[in-house]
Design a protein around this ligand. Structure first.
Ligand SMILES: C[C@H](O)[C@@H](O)[C@@H](O)C(=O)CO
Ligand SMILES: [Mn+2]
Length: 596
């Protein structure tokens, strides 16, 4: 197993499993011990076999030492979980148990209860009873029970239960991973973009993240005083010369920079990449070089770089740095991405983090630039959009730096995908690099030069675009659009791309339409997008994002996820069942942020 990177130093939270039981001795409890403990073991096995930590290792589960028949055993279990670093709890039972006497009372741990759907000893009755207790005490919990009745001796986990256990655990682990880490703001507000007003109350109360702030002058200090690993720098620059293809300069000749200045830019952007990473997660090499304080980093699990304009008006832009740190490989080999938001758009950074923690894959940061209606495309190119693109497409393109994994040059079963780093081969990493050219930055925008990554995402990938916005009076709200990347004929792409800045990476995205609300048309999706940016994940992960958002009490104001993939705490139904979107808002506002 390849090492990940320092982003996850400090280890990973575990999943705690709590087998609860009817406490009555002399018959009842004894008859249930084995079956109850077996449910716990089966759940642990399922989750460890299915889920992986961001370093690729199987997720670890901890089971209570005994079945929990009452409060003393509940407390012993809580103690064990605390000592073992449990971040998510799942209670399992095939039988009736005593609700409030056996429940998990830790308010910050996402919790679920699986009540076995059998009728000999009714686990689903306990489930209903304890969930009412959780609601009454303001501790939202997820309820799980199978649709089909199982026989008492059946030790299998039905598919519907399995999906819910996995969906819950995946989102719960994301909550637990981020808690206690930092968002590192490198610079301040970029060009008046509200998302780059890094809001400490949001990060602290909703995500459990500290916000750290460094001025961009720190990059200059570290470059000028040599506070980076010089050996790594030489290796990185040689690797860049070998692997990063410099594309043509798109600037009018009169403002093109000299060869000498372009070469200097390569040196600067490589150093910027090392420095941003060291600022985020530290680097033990710096301590060896005599920079003990700088070696520590900021414990950042996500960061943002302001760039425009104070930096980019004078220095090379951050595109190379952001693109490389957001990718699953660099000169040190294949490794987990670091997650850096462009323009310090911390709210896009937050959803990039969600997508990354839910999937262990890299995330595309993009401007949601243009809605191209079928008529507009036809007018400009003569081409009639078809297939997934039939209803129109969104041009996702940002000023330079989307993850190179977003080229779609990794594959599974012959299809383009974005994989967790441990599945990516050397050959695939190379293909992503080969599909990217580094274009001298548009000097009118970026007076300090630099390089923008230029590529075109391969079509046919299921993708999910999401975005978090802050609304005064409500707090954070999340929007989610599942869809597909699409291929356009090369000449059609070229015509559309050349109308914008063709030195930037493009993803053509077709959201799935439902015929309702914001998903009536592609135009409506664009018209309802809450800000200039979106984060794009590989796969249809809208269900997982909804589950995670509910755990964090962030309401979802727009999504196109089919109902059978929406899984929220049971208490959400108590805020209304006919209008799930409104109920979500009411529930989130009622329970309030997780860490308040
Ligand atoms: C170069 C431009 O300033 C772009 O960076 C700008 O259009 C944005 O990306 C805004 O989000
Ligand atoms: Mn932007």
């Amino acid at each position: 197993m390849a090492e990940t990177n320092l982003r996850f130093q400090g280890g990973f939270p575990k999943i705690g499993i709590r087998p609860t039981i009817d406490g009555r001795r002399r018959g009842v409890r004894e008859s249930l011990e084995e079956q109850t403990m077996n449910m716990a073991k089966a759940t642990a096995k399922l989750l460890s076999e299915t889920l992986r930590y961001p370093n690729g290792e199987p997720v670890e589960c901890v089971i209570a030492d005994t079945c929990i028949g009452g409060v003393a055993e509940a407390a012993a279990c809580a103690d064990k979980f605390l000592k073992s670093g449990v971040g998510v709890s799942i209670t399992v039972t095939p039988c009736w148990c005593y609700g409030t006497e056996t429940m998990d009372m830790d308010p910050s741990i996402p919790k679920a209860v699986w009540g076995f759907n059998g009728t000999e000893r009714p686990g689903a009755v306990y489930l209903a009873a304890v969930l009412s207790g959780y609601a009454q005490k303001g501790l939202p919990a997820f309820g799980i029970y199978g649709e089909q009745v199982q026989d008492a001796g059946d030790t299998t986990i039905p598919d519907d239960v399995r999906d819910k256990l996995i969906g819950f655990a995946r989102a719960g682990l994301a909550v637990a991973y981020m808690r206690g880490k930092s968002y590192l703001s490198m610079g301040s507000v970029s060009m008046g973009i509200a998302g780059s007003i890094v809001n400490d109350a949001f990060f602290q109360e909703y995500l459990g993240l500290r916000t750290e702030y460094v001025d961009m002058s720190e990059f200059v200090r570290r470059m000028e005083e040599g506070i980076y690993d010089g050996e790594e720098y030489e290796k990185a620059l040689a690797w860049v010369k070998e692997n990063c293809i410099e594309g043509p300069d798109n600037n009018p000749e009169s403002i093109q920079t000299s060869r000498e200045s372009k070469d200097k830019d390569w040196e600067t952007v490589v150093k910027m990449t090392q420095i941003a990473r060291d600022l985020m997660v530290g680097n033990p090499r710096l301590a060896e070089l005599g920079f003990g304080e700088e070696a520590m980093g900021h414990n950042a699990i996500v960061s943002g770089f302001q760039g425009q304009r104070q930096w980019t008006d004078h220095f090379p832009n951050g595109d190379f740095m952001e693109a490389m740190l957001n990718s699953s490989f660099d000169w040190n080999g294949i490794r987990a991405p670091y997650i850096v938001a462009t323009e310090n758009d911390s709210l896009n950074g937050a959803v990039m983090l969600f997508g990354n923690l839910l999937t262990n894959t890299a995330q595309i940061f993009a401007d949601v630039r243009t809605y191209w209606s079928p008529d507009s495309v036809e007018r400009v190119t003569g081409h009639k959009l078809e297939g997934a693109a039939e209803g129109g497409i969104l041009h996702l393109i940002n000023s330079g730096p989307a993850t190179l994994d977003g080229t779609g040059e990794q594959s599974r079963d012959g299809q383009p995908v974005m994989k967790p780093f441990w599945e990516i081969t050397e050959e695939e990493a190379q293909k992503c690099l080969d599909a990217t050219s580094w274009r001298p930055a548009s000097v009118e925008y970026f007076r300090g030069g630099g390089y923008s990554s230029d590529y075109l995402t391969r079509g046919g990938m299921p993708m999910t675009m999401s975005r978090l916005n802050l609304v005064k009076g409500i707090g954070p709200v999340l929007q989610i659009a599942e869809g597909y990347s699409v291929d356009l004929p090369q000449d059609v792409h070229d015509t559309l791309d050349k109308r914008t800045d063709s030195t930037w990476p493009t993803t053509w995205f077709a959201p799935k339409l439902t015929g309702e609300g914001a998903f009536r048309s592609v135009y409506d999706v664009m018209d309802n997008w809450g800000a200039n940016h979106g984060s794009i994940s590989y796969g249809h992960i809208g269900g997982d994002l909804i589950t995670l958002a509910a755990m964090l009490r962030i309401p979802v104001h727009m999504h196109n996820v089919p109902e059978d993939r929406v899984f929220r705490p049971r208490a959400w139904g108590l805020f209304g069942t006919a209008d799930a979107e409104g109920a979500d808002f009411r529930a989130c506002s009622n329970f309030g942020p997780l860490y308040k």
